[in-house]
Design a binder for this molecule. Structure first.
Ligand code: ATR
Length: 271
């Protein structure tokens, strides 16, 4: 039986073990999947130990994605582009391949929701690790992305860095005052503190879709704000979580599982 695990700190509330067990059941693959709380100072030692003891694959979550990027011996193009690794696969030659499935998971969820097409004009709010991990698949799909951030210079620099990969530009938040975007994605961590980015409600219309990479029980602060301003196409990051797991599953087992039944189950657990 294959041995898999998710590494993070904290890790107690990780849904990855139950998501991967649901995928395993769906596809008839037998696997063991544990949660490993790695001490901040010893992450690399814990990871090495796991693979030496026969581990075949790992997911990496906060705060270790950049350290996993440094640790692995090979990288997929998308991991290389975003500078962070959320999935590791042990190769036949015992080398470790680092991938990043966050952006692909987001795109899969947006497609499932009908929130995106190759001609979509998208506003992405935030310029931290979550945004960096999400951009490449959206750009490759053809979307036209505008980046904004509380600290504008970070959006400017991220947009500049990704500009060779597709249509992307940055604009200061205070200059965004009309409903010109098909989709607005909140990639900030503001929801963790119960806050919302200071965006103008003029950005919203009944045609606008809003997606929050964050999720919680009930609507996130950003989605509540959008709902108050006539948006009814709303979704949180639970689907992205299942989507990134689906692409990790594909990297390890060669099949992409269905996300809808798993998402339904997780939603029930959150109620
Ligand atoms: P993550 O890995 O979750 O992206 P991060 O790299 O620390 O975390 O980035 C956090 C992002 O959320 C940043 O874009 C940050 O904006 P700043 O660059 O201005 O700090 C954004 N953010 C966090 N709290 C916010 C808030 N209350 N309002 C607006 N943006 C916020």
């Amino acid at each position: 039986m294959g041995m898999f695990a998710v590494f993070g700190n904290p890790i107690q509330h990780s849904k990855s073990p139950s998501i991967h067990q649901m995928f395993a059941k769906q596809t008839g693959i037998d696997l063991e999947y544990q949660k490993i709380l790695a001490p901040v100072e010893d992450f690399e030692a814990y990871l090495s130990d796991f693979f030496e003891k026969g581990g075949q694959g790992a997911n990496i979550t906060l705060p270790f994605k950049e350290r996993a990027f440094q640790f692995v011996s090979e990288l997929t193009e998308r991991a290389q582009t975003c500078g962070a690794v959320n999935t590791i696969r042990k190769l036949d030659n015992h080398r470790l391949l680092g991938d990043n499935t966050d952006g692909a998971g987001l795109l899969l969820d947006l497609q499932r929701l009908g929130f995106v097409s190759p001609s979509s004009k998208i506003l992405v709010i935030g310029a931290g690790g979550a945004t960096r991990g999400a951009l490449l698949p959206l750009l490759e799909y053809g979307c036209d992305i505008t980046l904004t951030n509380r600290t504008f210079i970070k959006a400017e620099s991220l947009a500049h860095q990704f500009s060779v990969l597709g249509k992307i530009q940055s604009r200061p938040m205070e200059q965004l005052i009309s409903a010109e975007f098909d989709l607005i994605i909140n990639g900030t961590s503001s929801g963790v503190a119960g806050e919302i980015p200071k965006i103008s409600p003029e950005l919203f219309s009944q045609q606008t879709a809003c997606y929050d990479m964050f999720y919680q029980r009930g609507l996130t602060p950003f989605l509540s704000f959008a709902k108050q301003h006539q948006v009814n196409k709303l979704a949180d990051g639970l689907g992205m979580l299942v989507g990134q797991a689906a692409f990790a599953f594909k990297l390890w087992h060669g099949v992409i599982p269905e996300i809808e039944p798993v998402l339904k189950e997780l939603k029930k657990e959150l109620e």
